[in-house]
Design a protein around this ligand. Structure first.
Ligand SMILES: [Zn+2]
Ligand SMILES: [Zn+2]
Length: 337
C-alpha cells in the first residue's frame, strides 16, 4: 500500500477566475530507473502555469502543474549515481529530451521535438512529492531556502538564456520589458555584468521595484528613455510589447522574446527592423544554461523576492499572477499540507 499525498490538480482547463485547480489526494509517485523522488518544500508559480490552466499551452490532463520545484530527495531510482537521499535539489521546466535527434546531439536539446516538460507532460511541483529524471535535476546552493531558490528554476534560468540570446555585452544598455518574476532576477545578472538597465512596465509599482533593484531608468512600455538600447528582453505575453522594444533598439541590436505564448504581434514599419535589428524568440533551456545560471546565481548571489502561498492557495496565487498584482515571484509552500 503506497503512501498518499496532497496535490493541486488540473482536470479541466478554464479561466483562472474559476479556480480550476482542485486539491486531490493521490498515491505518492515512485522513481523509475534514472529518476529521483523529491519531497517538495517550495514550488514557484510561473506564467506558463497560467497558460496551462487556461488552455493556451496544451497539457496532458489531469496534470499536477508546477515546474520550479525545490526540495529534498527522498528516494533514488536504479542507475542514479549523482544524487542521494537528503540532497537539496531543484527541477525546472525541462523534464526529458530524446537525446538522439540532431538538435539533442548538437547541444540544442532545448529545441528537441520530443522534449517533455514538467507540469505539462508529467506531474510537477504543486504537490507534496514529485518524480523527475535525474539528468534534469540540479543541486541547490547551500544556505538558500527552498522558497527563495524555487523561482530561479524557470524565471531565473530562462531569463538568463534570454539575456544571452539578446546579445547584451558587459556594460551595455539593456531594456527589460515587463518587470515581473523573470525580469527581477535577470536585472541582478545584468547589473553583475555592469549593464545599464532600462525597465519598461505598465504598473508604477513594478517600475518602482525595478528602480529599487538598480535600474537607471524606468518608464511605461511605450516611453522613450532618450537613448538607444544595445539589447532588450521582453517578458510580457503581449505582442505589442515586442514592437515597443524593437522601436527602442539601436542598429544591430536584438530583442529576445521570453514567452511561451503571446498575443499576435501587430504589424510594424520595416524601418523598425532595418539596420540589422533582430527579433529572437527563446524556447526552454539547455542543461548547460541551467548549470551556468545556477552557478552564477549562487556566486552573485541572485536573490528572489517572493510572496509565499500555501499549496492549497495555488488558484489564488495564479490569479494574482494573471492580474499582475505580485511584485517579484509567487511561491507555493507545502509545509502545511
Ligand atoms: Zn532530441
Ligand atoms: Zn516557467
Amino acid at each position: 500500500m503506497s503512501e498518499r499525498m496532497k496535490a493541486m490538480r488540473l482536470e479541466r482547463v478554464s479561466p483562472a477566475e474559476q479556480k480550476p485547480l482542485r486539491l486531490r489526494t493521490l498515491s505518492e509517485p515512485r522513481p523509475g530507473p534514472g529518476e529521483v523522488a523529491i519531497q517538495i518544500e517550495a514550488c514557484g508559480v510561473c506564467r506558463t502555469d497560467l497558460h496551462i490552466l487556461e488552455g493556451e499551452v496544451t497539457a496532458r490532463l489531469p496534470i499536477t502543474p508546477g515546474h520550479q520545484m525545490a526540495g529534498r530527495i527522498v528516494q533514488v531510482g536504479s542507475g542514479v549515481a549523482d544524487f542521494k537521499s537528503g540532497d537539496l535539489v531543484g527541477v525546472g521546466w525541462m523534464a526529458s529530451t530524446c537525446g538522439d535527434c540532431a538538435l539533442c546531439r548538437s547541444g540544442r536539446e532545448n529545441l528537441c521535438e520530443k522534449a517533455t516538460f514538467t507540469g505539462r507532460d508529467r506531474d510537477g511541483g504543486y504537490a507534496k512529492r514529485a518524480v523527475a529524471d535525474a539528468h534534469w535535476v540540479y543541486p541547490l546552493a547551500r544556505g538558500v531556502a527552498p522558497g527563495e531558490a524555487a523561482p530561479l528554476l524557470c524565471a531565473g534560468i530562462i531569463g538568463y538564456r534570454s539575456l544571452r540570446l539578446s546579445g547584451i555585452e558587459p556594460g551595455g544598455r539593456l531594456g527589460l520589458f515587463g518587470f515581473g518574476a523573470s525580469a527581477h532576477l535577470s536585472i541582478q545578472v545584468a547589473l553583475h555584468w555592469k549593464c545599464e538597465v532600462y525597465a519598461f512596465d505598465r504598473a508604477e509599482r513594478h517600475r518602482q521595484f525595478a528602480r529599487e533593484l538598480g535600474a537607471v531608468w524606468a518608464g511605461e512600455i511605450h516611453a522613450d528613455p532618450g537613448v538607444p538600447l544595445d539589447a532588450a528582453v521582453t517578458f510580457a505575453p503581449a505582442g505589442e510589447v515586442v514592437v515597443a522594444a524593437l522601436s527602442r533598439l539601436g542598429r544591430g541590436a536584438t530583442v529576445a522574446v521570453n514567452a511561451i505564448h503571446m498575443s499576435p504581434i501587430p504589424s510594424f514599419s520595416y524601418d523598425l527592423l532595418y539596420g540589422e535589428r533582430a527579433i529572437q524568440s527563446v524556447m526552454n533551456y539547455t542543461h548547460q544554461d541551467a548549470v551556468e545560471f545556477l552557478e552564477l546565481a549562487a556566486r552573485i548571489p541572485v536573490r528572489a523576492v517572493v510572496e509565499k502561498f500555501p499549496l492549497e492557495e495555488a488558484n489564488e496565487a495564479l490569479l494574482r499572477v494573471k492580474r499582475g498584482e505580485l511584485v517579484g515571484a509567487a511561491v507555493l509552500t507545502t509545509t502545511r499540507s
